[in-house]
Design a protein around this ligand. Structure first.
Ligand code: PMM
Length: 289
């Protein structure tokens, strides 16, 4: 029996051969992301950080130029391109598997032309009507996240009848539209979008019912890293745990995600998650060594 998670077709070899949950290291080339904003804004520091993430256990890196923190305003397309393309290109040239975190088809295209192997679209195609056609043409794996609106409005959109049912229904609308526009269904990854138009209890309910997502048959990506709901779960006397002290909690989510069959976890600090996914794999019996 295979213990490998369901993964998308079309991955670079190093990821296609992986028999465990993959660990994606995050590079936010932004001045204002909630956890690492401003730290990697210079291309050279972002590139160095990419190599450091790989040395620290990441299997791939996710490069984004637009902050998605609640309340953030959008940036112009040329600014997004200026931030991400040199970083994508330098890392991809050195053989690092790269995914591009963007809601813009033009940025996705430029990044793939610069060497990116995966498109990670937090809007699941809802922010740019040309995204699906471009992804279909590029032929790369496509991560479609559940999303209800841009960062400056998402706090007001966190209302659900039944969060698991609603998120799956809305995500499937996007996935079906992607397929109708020519995206290969075997290249689609789904992501419940933790923290995006979701309150803490919504995130926990989505994680609690992880099996409802695996039942859909698509590979799954989980992005819980250092998010606010983890800070609240660790609060003492109502004081949330500070952002930079949430990595152990992130790694705990990694253990559970990998146990439940996630294809990939997206994290800031890969070492703990890498160790965690190796332990889960050994526990499941996937490692014969
Ligand atoms: N979260 C953030 C950004 N991009 N992409 C996917 N697929 N899933 C996520 O949960 C996700 C994402 C925001 O977190 P950050 O500011 O720490 O990068």
């Amino acid at each position: 029996m295979s213990h490998s998670p369901v993964r998308p077709d079309g991955l670079p070899l190093s990821l296609a051969q992986l028999d465990r949950c993959a660990v994606m290291g995050i590079i936010n080339v932004t001045p204002d992301s909630f956890s690492d904003g401003g730290r990697w804004l210079e291309s050279s520091t972002a590139i160095d950080h990419g190599f450091a993430l790989m040395a620290d256990g990441a299997d791939l890196v996710d490069i984004g130029g637009e902050s998605t923190r609640p309340g953030a305003e959008r940036i112009p397309e040329d600014e997004e391109l200026r931030r991400v393309i040199p970083v994508v290109s330098a890392l991809a040239q050195q053989g690092v598997p790269v995914s591009i975190d963007t809601m813009r088809a033009s940025v996705a295209r430029a990044a793939v032309e610069a060497g990116a192997a995966i498109v990670n679209d937090i809007s699941g195609g809802a922010a740019d009507e040309t995204m699906y056609a471009v992804v279909a043409e590029l032929g790369v794996p496509y991560i479609a996240m559940h999303w209800r609106g841009f960062s400056n409005e998402m706090e007001q959109l966190a209302n659900y009848e039944n969060v698991v049912h609603d998120v799956i229904a809305e995500l499937m609308v996007r996935v079906n539209a992607a397929q109708a526009a020519g995206v290969d269904p075997r290249r689609i990854v789904i992501d419940p979008g933790l923290g995006f138009a979701k309150k803490a209890h919504h995130n926990w309910e989505l994680l609690r019912q992880f099996h409802r997502f695996t039942e859909l048959g698509y590979p799954i990506l989980i992005g819980a890293a250092r998010k606010r709901f983890l800070g609240s779960a660790l609060a003492i006397d109502g004081e949330p745990r500070p952002v930079e002290q949430r990595d152990a909690a992130t790694d705990a989510v990694t253990v559970l995600s990998a146990t439940h069959g996630a294809w990939c976890v997206r994290v800031h600090s890969p070492r703990g998650s890498r160790d965690a996914v190796c332990v889960v794999q050994a526990w499941k019996g996937g490692d014969e060594s």
